[in-house]
Design a protein around this ligand. Structure first.
Ligand SMILES: Cc1ncc(COP(=O)(O)O)c(C=O)c1O
Length: 402
């Protein structure tokens, strides 16, 4: 079997575009002759090695970063493993984040129990931790919360839980978010709105000019949450700046980001929210000190590893382009995405396709029917080249047999 990955000096895997399946399957007509066992063996065999999963398993269902974490983050964790008998967080992290987003720098206080004085950033155990605190703060009984549907739905579920009312505004053609529709859905009771950009599951990026005029048109009594979990994957650097610059002029805007995606640290649980100090103070009052020494040091180290983020973005771009080319050739509809995943319309039964991919080929993909009721669609995360190739080869087989 051809070697597809080599270790570099930095300890990371460098990934060759010449994955084994590409050579073996693409030109040889293997897929079209129905050599089911050969494909199953390749896909299910030990040659496909996504980072952090057993060999042979292709896990591209959860928008994780298949490249793995930054080696610097791993080194930071290893270096501190024997210190976990102590309390402590990395005191540099807030400053690093503030500089990254050009918001006022406020240092962490010495004590984990003393509140930061004028905080513009709150760091939590994943952005879900912050979302939860934000939900506790704003999603009260009698409040309406507006969000595009289909969407990430975390806020929607919290609204139900906290007695607020979730109002879903359907996407437009091509899964484009209907910002006008969101504006039109505002009532006297609206207290919260969510814009996820790029959207999950759509992958649609709302350009900053549109987002800015949208925010300017929303009454200031309504809190607008901009969820930028995937914005680091946007192709243009200008788009990756995101909405943080808006918070200085808009006390009703919260921007959230995560280390789970481009930084490859989903299991470490680090995310952060940016907003004016009054808002951050209120959010902090609703959350416990969930940060750990290991997670804050890992995040701090990851922030400095620009090469890792560049490579993560590149892996995703290469993966998406490969998906687009292959799906186009297969005549399968997809949504071009600015995120790390692609929505694919199989025009078949999503459950059936997802089950066959899993059971017959060890390939895990997102089921858009199960999660959003969108029949026929899959949400597939761009992984390492051989994972992407394994998925496409398996999909070809499954679509023929469905
Ligand atoms: C749009 C969006 N926001 C937030 C999150 C939460 O991420 P985490 O809690 O890992 O930071 C996710 C996770 O997949 C997501 O898709």
């Amino acid at each position: 079997m051809r070697k597809t990955k080599t270790r570099t000096d930095s300890g990371q895997w460098s990934v060759s575009r010449r994955g084994f399946l590409k050579g073996a399957l693409a030109g040889a007509g293997l897929l079209s002759v129905g050599s089911y066992e050969a494909v199953a063996q390749m896909v299910g065999g030990s040659s496909v090695r996504g980072w952090g999963v057993p060999p042979g398993l292709v896990r591209i269902d959860g928008n994780e970063n298949a490249l793995g974490p930054s080696p610097r983050a791993v080194e930071a964790i290893i270096g501190l493993v024997y210190n976990i008998n102590r309390y402590g967080q990395n005191p540099d992290l807030l400053g690093q984040l503030a500089r990254r987003h050009d918001v006022p720098v406020v240092e962490w206080s010495d004590s984990p129990f003393a509140p930061v004085k004028d905080p513009w950033i709150s760091v939590g155990a994943g952005s879900s931790d912050l979302l939860y605190a934000i939900g506790h703060t704003y999603l009260k009984e009698g409040v309406e919360s507006i969000e595009i549907t289909p969407g990430f739905q975390f806020v929607r579920r919290m609204a139900d839980q906290f007695g607020a009312k979730a109002v879903g505004v359907p996407v437009l053609d091509g899964f484009k978010p209907d910002l006008n529709g969101m504006r039109n859905a505002i009532t006297d009771r609206t207290g919260f709105m969510v814009v996820t950009t790029p959207g999950n599951p759509s992958g649609h990026l709302t350009p900053m000019s549109e987002l800015k005029s949208f925010i300017e048109s929303i009454p200031s009594r309504i809190m607008v949450l901009v969820d930028e979990a995937y914005v680091d994957f946007a192709e243009n650097e200008a788009d990756r700046v995101g909405a943080a610059p808006l918070i200085k002029d808009h006390p009703n805007v919260i921007v959230i980001r995560t280390f789970s995606k481009i930084f490859g640290m989903a299991g470490m649980r680090v995310g952060y929210a940016m907003a004016q100090p009054e808002v951050i103070r209120t959010i902090n009052a609703h959350k416990a000190n969930t940060l750990t020494m290991l997670s804050t040091h890992a995040a701090s180290a990851a922030l400095e590893d620009h090469e890792h983020t560049r490579r993560s973005r590149e892996m995703v771009l290469i993966g998406k382009r490969y998906f687009y080319d292959q799906l186009k050739a297969m005549g399968v509809e997809y949504l071009p995405s600015e995120s790390s995943f692609v929505m694919i319309n199989t025009k078949a039964d999503s459950d059936d396709i997802v089950n066959k991919l899993r059971e017959e080929y060890n390939v895990l993909v997102g089921n858009a029917r199960a999660r959003w009721g969108i029949q026929g669609w899959l949400r597939v995360t761009a992984g390492l080249p051989e994972e992407n190739e394994a998925f496409i080869s398996a999909l070809k087989k499954v679509l023929v047999s469905s």
